[in-house]
Design a binder for this molecule. Structure first.
Ligand code: FAD
Length: 327
């Protein structure tokens, strides 16, 4: 049997984030190709129950580091704990979500383990018993195939790209509590409190429907019409970088190369031209609807449905019509 596939999971408030299901499912797929087991690590406070769920998504072993000190993510605490576990398990590959947490953690682990890191991967494959990674470069303009020169490799997985498998409740992981030997004095910086953005209900990276606005919204107050449409569709409101840079929306809402990668079932782009950096974050959406008054806007080349018109007329009418269908 080959060496294990090690999956770093991410949870918040004792619940797995969607990226964890994606990483566990991809870990299972790669492990099946390698003929190796999947070892998952769960770090947090009050997270023991998650080990069972990790098993449903493909983990054979679930290492649980449960301590009050992990109530919020800390770079030193998580790095030290996960590093120790990786050294004990001696895996073939470490998979980690390329979320904000994973982007902080993965290079720290790679530096300490002196191994290669393929960051923000969009596909993995197994060739001759070795894991190969595919990642984009230069704002998705080219694709690079990455091979690890080090014995161990770390691959961070772009959120919303790797499909999460259906959970198999008959699968069980062996649960192994990890001894946590971190104290407050080990931590150079601590997160005191996490404050959700005002009015932010669903994180765009986890939403099934996103209604996004760009410079064409003309100001922050006008986003209310997008919030109404999103509420009818039980979705979230996203934004282009222009809208974020103008201070109309918070950065957490930004879709694109320097924002979040999203892949909802429906993405409705309102007053967004479709610059390559925006498309980099949303072109994997299952159905793209564009509303723009310029028939030559590049977004229409990617859209499944396009409405040429003034969004301030189209969006309220669309909301009213959808209300009749949905409610
Ligand atoms: P614009 O390009 O100005 O488009 C506004 C659109 O609104 C136009 O098509 C117009 O026809 C339409 N419109 C205006 N009024 C109406 C109306 N009443 N009804 C209907 N339509 C209307 N951008 C991102 O979005 N995300 C990123 O992560 C990102 N990262 C970047 C990283 C780098 C390194 C760089 C250089 C750029 C990045 N950008 C990013 C910026 C990107 O290049 C574009 O400038 C930006 O996406 C444009 O935003 P927009 O489509 O809202 O605005």
């Amino acid at each position: 049997m080959s060496k294990p596939v090690f999956v770093v999971t991410e949870q918040r408030d004792g619940l797995f984030r969607k990226v964890s299901f994606e990483a566990l499912s991809e870990g299972r797929r790669i492990a099946d190709s390698l003929g190796s087991p999947v070892v998952a690590i769960i770090v947090g406070s009050g997270v023991e129950a998650l080990a069972e769920t990790a098993g449903h998504y493909g983990a054979d072993r679930a290492l649980v580091a449960d301590s009050d000190i992990f109530v919020n993510y800390t770079a030193e605490g998580y790095t030290k704990t996960i590093l120790k576990a990786i050294q004990q398990v001696d895996p073939e590959i470490v998979l980690i979500p390329a979320s904000s947490m994973g982007k902080d953690l993965a290079p720290r682990l790679a530096a300490r383990l002196d191994c290669g890191l393929a960051a923000d991967c969009i596909a993995l494959a197994v060739d001759n018993g070795r894991v190969l990674a595919k990642r984009t470069m230069y704002a998705n303009k080219i694709l690079a195939d990455v091979q690890f020169n080090s014995t161990l490799g770390i691959a961070s997985l772009r959120p919303n790209i790797f499909p999460a498998a259906q959970p198999d409740t008959s699968r069980k992981a062996t649960v192994e509590p990890l001894k946590v030997d971190i104290s407050q004095t080990d931590l150079k910086a601590v997160v005191k409190e996490l404050i959700s953005g005002a009015g932010e209900k669903i994180d765009i990276s986890e939403a099934n429907v996103i209604v996004a606005g760009g410079r064409g919204m003309k100001g922050p107050d006008q986003f209310k019409i997008l919030e109404k449409l999103a509420a009818v569709l039980k979705g979230a409101v996203g934004a282009s970088r222009s809208a974020v840079d103008s201070g109309w929306r918070q950065h957490a809402d930004q879709v694109g190369q320097t924002g979040k990668t999203v892949a909802p079932d429906i993405y409705i782009a309102c007053g967004i031209s479709g610059a390559i950096q925006h498309l980099a974050g949303m072109s994997s959406s299952k159905c793209i609807v564009a509303i723009n008054k310029d028939p030559d806007a590049p977004i229409f080349q990617r859209a499944d449905y396009g409405i040429v018109g003034d969004l301030f007329e189209v969006v309220p009418r669309l909301t009213e019509e959808l209300k009749k269908v949905v409610e």
